[in-house]
Design a protein around this ligand. Structure first.
Ligand SMILES: Nc1nc2c(ncn2[C@@H]2O[C@H](COP(=O)(O)OP(=O)(O)OP(=O)(O)O)[C@@H](O)[C@H]2O)c(=O)[nH]1
Ligand SMILES: [Mg+2]
Length: 341
């Protein structure tokens, strides 16, 4: 990133990175363009920002006279504890997987390029839900202009591969290369993916999308040794990512996907209670490992976060029972908190 960017620009960029809603992101991009110092050193970045503004504006515009774009949403609003994008070559079983994991309806076909638009569906895991986003195949034959914007809100990805396809390695590497061109990297390590890159670094790219990725091999029912084949595939293709072999026909490996994502994304469920009443164990707030009492309060309401003085906290383990904690106390999965303002 070019040096001498103004503090106004930097704060607009920080807001952009934090914005999940497409509309909010568009506003941040406009603010970035307004505040970026206009000189040669920022030409490329200015061009990038303009291109993103154009794309997002088109995606957000509803049906218009004169035949502008109308139709399904291209950016899915995040819901549930995390958003997970399904990526992969054509016909690997992405839509089938989403249907089996979520019970949603979707277009499934024995031919490539069945799915054309992002399709969200909720995967229940214990008392929370993870949002899966089925996507069209990523292949050189069908470029997807809106892909980078669609992946911006995602927290993680499933790279879905069909080992039964003789072209599997080649087409998967093409998928990864297309993503790379769009500055989307599929990271093998969920832990280090949580550490945000330093915006002050020389090679910092505000448009880089880093998705911790689980490789999901489908159609394990068609193979005598799916796990062995998956290992060979990852060796040959050079993937060090975590991996699971699955089949929807024989129900292999499917249950592991939700628990893997829950654990590796560091999702923590926090239940709330009001003084003198039992806790609400129905719908937990979901945060990430390392988040604080203050973060949970912010999810309840901005005003509550502002007025927060302390909380009383109960741990699921029973180790802590009603202890007073400060706003910076880091919460754990299963905690119950009572907010005092
Ligand atoms: N034997 C077997 N076939 C499967 C399995 N999962 C999916 N299929 C088949 O694979 C084909 C493709 O499935 P889709 O779910 O449409 O694949 P997709 O990746 O969404 O395809 P595109 O949207 O075109 O990229 C269909 O014929 C499915 O029935 C599986 O676990 N075992
Ligand atoms: Mg599909």
């Amino acid at each position: 990133m070019p040096a001498n960017l103004s503090p106004e620009y930097k704060s607009a960029e920080a807001a952009f990175r934090g914005a999940k809603e497409p509309k909010e992101r568009l506003e941040c991009l406009r603010e970035m363009l307004r505040t970026i110092p206009k000189h040669k050193g920022t030409d490329r970045l200015q061009g990038d920002i303009k291109a993103r503004i154009k794309q997002l504006t088109e995606e957000l515009s509803g049906p218009k006279k004169g035949g502008a774009r109308s139709g399904p949403a291209l950016v899915i609003r995040p819901e549930g504890a995390a958003q997970i994008a399904l990526l992969g070559p054509a016909n690997t079983g992405k839509s089938s997987l989403v249907v089996h994991l979520t019970g949603a309806g979707a277009d499934i076909g024995p031919y490539p390029f069945t799915t054309q638009f992002p399709q969200p569906a909720m995967l229940p895991y214990e008392d929370i839900q993870l949002q899966l986003v089925d996507l069209p195949p990523i292949a050189p034959e069908r470029p997807i202009s809106w892909l980078a914007n669609a992946l911006q809100p995602a927290d993680a990805a499933l790279l879905v591969v069909d080992l039964h396809d003789p072209q599997c390695i080649e087409s998967t590497l093409k998928t990864v290369a297309i993503l790379q061109e769009k500055r989307v990297s599929l990271l093998p390590d969920f832990q280090s993916a949580r550490i945000a890159p330093d915006p002050g670094a020389d090679d910092y790219d505000p448009f880089a999308i880093r998705l911790p990725t689980l490789i999901v091999a489908t159609k394990a029912d068609l193979s005598a040794d799916p796990e062995g084949e998956l290992e060979v595939f990852c060796d040959l293709a050079g993937f060090s990512h975590p991996r699971i072999a699955t089949s929807i026909k024989k129900d292999i490996g499917l249950a592991k996907i939700g628990s893997f994502l829950f654990d590796e994304l560091g999702i923590a469920r926090v239940y709330t209670k009001t003084p003198g009443r039992p806790p609400d164990m129905g719908a937990p707030f979901t945060v990430r490992a390392g988040d604080t009492v203050m973060d949970v309060a912010g999810m309840i309401h901005k005003d509550i976060a502002r007025a927060l003085r302390y909380a009383k906290l109960w741990e699921r383990s029973g180790r802590i029972r009603g202890r007073q904690v400060g706003r910076d106390h880091e919460v754990n999965d299963g905690d119950i908190i009572e907010i005092h303002t």
